[in-house]
Design a protein around this ligand. Structure first.
Ligand SMILES: *Cc1c(COP(=O)(O)O)cnc(C)c1O
Length: 230
């Protein structure tokens, strides 16, 4: 089932790329495996997935220990400062940086380990109260500050769009994030590498691809519905 789901998601990404004239290799599918057992991740791995997304530190570390080491782990959930130390050397990319204090902590832990940690800035484009992330207006100043920190590299932007019935409703938010992304590229700030736009989930990843996503984060569409009671 998982193998077929991945195939179908990839097919849809390909179709979306063709629609807007993008190269398929510009878009990476992240299999969002939160709450799912390791055997399911292994199935996705065997189907060719090497990018996995988790939103909880402990779960990410547990799965990191059990899964092959060529996986790129993406931290996509809200990150508490006191937990940064457990994952800085295990994650390929942290998608959810939304404050200078969090960035400072990442920088501190990265320097201790002698590494550079790649991050995205999480933007709450739709300004939903229930969501983390900074506002669009706050992006330039936060990027400027984080760019000064050693051991941390800004690689782009991330957003979680609202839950909607019709994915087209989210196009405006993806477009907005793309605009901020391009504006930031033109500013040419040291230590800022605007290479990635992480946007689009099961309900709206095709629209996100058409608006320039380089990472789409798909959970339900690959692993099925999540149950939080287990
Ligand atoms: C859970 C989650 C996803 C995946 O959501 P689906 O709708 O199941 O595809 C993507 N991004 C983030 C940040 C998430 O927390």
């Amino acid at each position: 089932m998982i193998q077929e789901n991945i195939k179908s998601v990839k097919q849809k990404i390909k179709a979306a790329c063709e629609k807007c004239g993008r190269n398929l290799d510009e878009v990476t599918l992240i299999a969002v495996s939160k709450t799912k057992p390791v055997f399911m991740l292994k199935e996705a791995y065997d189907a060719g997935c090497r990018d996995f997304g988790e939103n909880k530190v402990q779960e990410l570390v547990e799965k990191w220990e059990q899964m092959p080491k060529d996986i790129r782990w993406h931290m996509i959930g809200h990150l508490q400062r006191n937990k940064v130390k457990y994952i800085v050397d295990k994650v390929y990319l942290i998608h959810s940086v939304d404050s200078l204090k969090l960035a400072q902590e990442i920088s501190k832990e990265a320097r201790k380990k002698g590494i550079t940690v790649n991050i995205l800035i999480e933007v709450n484009v739709a300004e939903e109260e229930s969501k983390f992330g900074i506002t669009c207006d706050e992006v330039p100043s936060l990027i400027k500050e984080i760019a000064k920190l050693p051991g941390i590299a800004i690689k782009g932007l991330m957003t979680i769009a609202p839950y909607v019935e019709n994915a087209e409703e989210n196009r405006q938010y993806f477009e907005k994030l793309w605009q901020i992304y391009v504006d930031t590229i033109y500013k040419n700030i040291d230590n800022v590498y605007m290479e990635n736009l992480s946007m689009g989930m099961t309900g709206d990843y095709e629209v996100a691809v058409m608006e320039g996503a380089t990472y789409v984060r798909v959970g339900t569409g690959i692993f099925g519905e999540r149950s939080y009671t287990e």
